[in-house]
Design a protein around this ligand. Structure first.
Ligand SMILES: Nc1ncnc2c1ncn2[C@@H]1O[C@H](COP(=O)(O)OP(=O)(O)O)[C@@H](O)[C@H]1O
Ligand SMILES: O=C(CO)[C@H](O)[C@H](O)COP(=O)(O)O
Length: 413
């Protein structure tokens, strides 16, 4: 029986999960991403993951799909060789392009954000290396192309922040009228078959010659798919390095003032946004062991009243879309437990403010929140979040994005 492989490139690590036709997990491998901004490290990590999957399973893989961090982008030449630096998801170098974008894009459009993929592409257009570039790709597109060999293909989840019109399923005229249009990737539906794995990789890894590569998705949509949530009003918060919220909604909401946008999911919308707060800030102050130990000592019924906005460096995307927003992590109490609690409370407020805004702007009313990512296991944080959100909060039954993107691959079989 054929199985499906999902490959998740998150911010701090990459994972691969193989599932069978009954969606049972057959294998899971993890590799830490020490240099998440280096395409050569992505390539080595991709092949490392493939090599770690047991050979007996590799020969049964019928379809593969890849997710990357949303709006992590690069330019490459016709052979896929990188021709620019990687601009990571939270890179705001494109801030200076937003004024120009306001003159061409509709008001409050997703691209009107300093970290949008289109703002990044416009910034790259002003760099000398632009002349040698043939394609502008997202991390997931570039990694999938290593497998299928066709450069210049994306999916409409990754392409949303590039300006692709996910309602009409085409690039809008105001975008194709730009002189950078030849670099825009062809956009397919997530899960749609792009082509077979290259013959040389089939040979290297013992994959069947019929093994297909499908169009992928973003990391937090993959986590959403893993959760199994399918009812409007239900939501998934991904507590990974960042904090990403996704509310399944019958109505679409896009408002760049707050970094809110809607991904298309069948006939419904995944309304949400992503904040730079989250696990990466916790990691900057605490080891994993400390996080576990200190969290156990938190009493969620006694709030600290510390008014933190936890960030590693200035700038947030959602629910405050401001590349200069300063971190707020003072005063620092003597107790590490109180300090950690203050940070978790601050993140819980950011998440609750985010969901409140989505609903105020017209998204389906929030019923419950499932949690994915490394922070999902933190019970004290869950309790603090539930107080703020006022709806049931629980871990998603499957919290791995790699599982969600494996489901996407399986849909092609
Ligand atoms: N017990 C915990 N409590 C809170 N956060 C945690 C805990 N364990 C891990 N994390 C956070 O989870 C993050 C890793 O989650 P993961 O979903 O792998 O992230 P990503 O793929 O986005 O890098 C780390 O930044 C870490 O700080
Ligand atoms: O911060 C992130 C990178 O880890 C988020 O995953 C990302 O920005 C969310 O984007 P999308 O909604 O397009 O998946």
């Amino acid at each position: 029986m054929l199985c499906a492989l999902g490959i998740d490139f998150g911010t701090s690590g990459a994972r691969a999960i193989v599932i069978d036709a009954e969606q049972q997990l057959l294998a899971q491998v993890v590799v830490t991403l020490s240099q998440p901004e280096q395409p050569q490290v992505w390539r080595a990590t991709l092949f490392d993951l493939l090599g770690q999957i047991p050979a007996v399973l590799r020969q049964r893989i019928g379809a593969i799909a890849v997710n990357g961090t949303s709006s992590t982008v690069l330019m490459c030449d016709a052979q896929g060789q990188p021709r620019s630096a990687v601009l990571m998801y939270n890179d705001a170098r494109g801030a200076g392009q937003v004024d120009f974008l306001r003159t061409i894009a509709p008001p409050r459009h997703t691209v009107l954000s300093p970290t949008s993929s289109l703002a990044k592409l416009l910034w790259l257009q002003q760099q000398p290396e632009f002349a040698a570039a043939q394609y502008f790709l997202h991390q997931a597109d570039w990694l999938a192309a290593l497998l299928h060999g066709q450069w210049g293909v994306s999916d409409y989840h990754n392409a949303l922040k590039l300006g692709y019109d996910v309602g009409a399923l085409r690039y809008p005229d105001w975008l194709t009228d730009l002189d950078l249009a030849p670099l825009l990737p062809q956009v397919m539906s997530p899960g749609q078959v792009i082509g077979p794995v290259t013959a040389s990789l089939c040979e290297t890894f013992g994959l069947p010659a019929s093994c297909l590569v499908c169009a992928g998705t973003t990391d937090s949509i993959a986590a959403f798919l893993a959760s199994g949530v399918a009812v409007p009003g239900e939501a998934v918060t991904s507590l990974g390095s960042t904090l990403a919220v996704k509310l399944l909604s019958e109505t679409r909401v896009d408002d760049s003032r707050y970094g809110i946008y809607s991904h298309r999911l069948g006939n419904l919308w995944l309304v949400g946004g992503a904040s730079n707060t989250g696990g990466a800030v916790l990691k900057a102050f605490f080891s994993k062991k400390e996080l576990v130990e200190l969290s156990k000592q938190i009493d969620p019924n006694r709030l600290t009243e510390l008014d933190y906005y936890p960030l590693i460096k200035p700038g947030d995307r959602f629910p405050v879309n401001d590349p200069t927003l300063p971190p707020r992590l003072v005063p620092r109490p003597a107790s590490s437990v109180r300090f950690l609690q203050g940070m978790l409370e601050g993140m819980a407020r950011i998440e609750a403010k985010g969901y409140a805004l989505l609903q105020q702007l017209g998204a389906s009313p929030l019923i419950q929140v499932k949690t994915a990512g490394g922070g999902a296991q933190n019970l004290a944080w869950t309790a603090l979040r539930q107080q703020q959100l006022g709806v049931p909060v629980s871990p998603a039954p499957q919290i791995e994005a790699a599982y969600g993107v494996a489901l996407l691959a399986q849909s092609a079989l």
